[in-house]
Design a protein around this ligand. Structure first.
Ligand SMILES: N[C@@H](CC=O)C(=O)O
Length: 361
């Protein structure tokens, strides 16, 4: 594998940005050469800019400490030294849409953790093991943006990763109805217990916008490519409740599901255990060897015990049993800031590189 691709992190000082920094330390294909953030952080070293707000348990990697943070709004300056960027910024939707398009128009691929472009018809929203075929729409997007090399690709919301992979492995049994309740960690809101004390010994039954995302985004993931656009699927019907719970990391979901062709319990478990996607076929560096792990123990998966499975990139399921109203019920779990955020975006970038969409400039 020749020289590493040079990466910029736009929004590198926030919680997801810090995860990008952590995951890219020692990455075999990518090296961080630029970090951009708001004008307030611009001009400081990365170490200075995250002083007192570094939220991860591992130290700031040596290789990025002295990178001078750039102003994310100065798009040409940031992109001049990189082959592609990750983007995780906290701004209004229209501002993020415009910023990401400005980056893409410089010929720079943008892999985004933000939700702003998740419903732009020619922007692929990808889980590499589930819908890698959606990358096809990049050609149409490049035409629209007037660039031969730039584009935007996004990852879906973290909540859906705790049940969509498990349902995807069962898609040919035609799930008709899904009820999912998610129990979401506080890091999903970019917080820890120090900065969100009311989450100690508490549950908050509301996460703004989350239920809409959790019900609609799976249908886009299962959508088809038609004339350079993603057309969302019309089934299954999905309803959700999303709840904030007092855990640091890990989104757990309880799921009820009925099928047109009801599989046996053994068939479901076999599908989960055997499921392999494009990320495993290509042996991408961040791909979990076992994408879905089924736990036979009746008290697993547990958020604290199992969120880090496969370096936080695997998904786990358990407690599969028949239900009195639906065909089955089960529990799913995924790490929200690894598989569900920065890790998922790094895996998309690896897929894009392996498929020839990201190249040295
Ligand atoms: N909106 C989610 C974060 C996932 O992307 C949350 O609040 O947990």
């Amino acid at each position: 594998m020749g020289e590493k691709l040079k990466v910029g992190i736009v929004g590198g000082t926030g919680m997801v940005g810090q995860r990008f920094v952590q995951l890219l330390d020692g990455h075999p294909w990518f090296t961080v050469t630029a970090i951009a953030a708001s004008a307030n952080s611009a001009g400081k070293t990365y170490e200075e800019s995250v002083q007192g707000r570094w939220k991860l348990s591992t130290p700031i990697p040596e290789g990025v400490k002295n990178i001078v943070v750039q102003d994310a709004a100065k798009v040409e300056e940031v992109t001049s030294g990189v082959d592609f960027v990750f983007c995780a910024v906290d701004m209004k939707k229209e501002e993020i849409q415009a910023l990401e398009e400005a980056y893409a128009k410089t010929g720079t691929p943008v892999i985004s953790n933000n939700s702003a472009h998740r419903w732009t018809p020619d922007v692929p929203m990808v889980i590499p093991e589930v819908n890698p075929q959606h990358l096809e729409v990049i050609a149409a997007q490049r035409k629209r943006l007037g660039t031969e090399t730039g584009f935007i690709a996004v990852k879906p919301n973290c909540s859906i990763q705790s049940y969509v992979p498990a349902l995807h492995a069962l898609l040919d049994f035609e799930p008709t109805t899904v009820v999912a309740s998610t129990y979401q960690a506080i890091s999903g809101a970019g917080k820890n217990f120090a900065d969100w004390p009311e989450m100690l010994d508490n549950v908050i039954p509301y996460i703004g916008g989350e239920e809409e995302k959790s019900e609609q985004e799976p249908l886009r993931i299962w959508g088809r490519v038609d004339d350079g656009q993603i057309v969302k699927a019309s089934a299954p019907l999905i309803t959700t409740q999303c709840i904030r719970v007092p855990v640091t990391d890990g989104h757990l979901a309880t799921v009820f599901v009925s099928f047109k062709n009801k599989p046996s319990k053994e068939e479901i478990i076999a599908r989960w255990q055997q499921y392999q996607g494009r990320a495993q076929e290509l042996e991408l560096p961040s791909a979990p060897k076992q994408f879905i792990t089924y736990f036979e123990e009746e008290n697993r998966p547990q958020t604290g015990l199992d969120r880090d499975i496969e370096q936080g990139m695997g998904v786990s399921t358990g407690r599969l049993r028949e239900d009195s109203l639906y065909d089955y019920k089960f529990v799913g779990l995924s790490h929200n800031t690894l598989r569900g955020a920065a890790g998922g975006a790094v895996l998309i970038a690896e897929l894009l590189k392996a498929e020839g969409y990201i190249q040295p400039k």
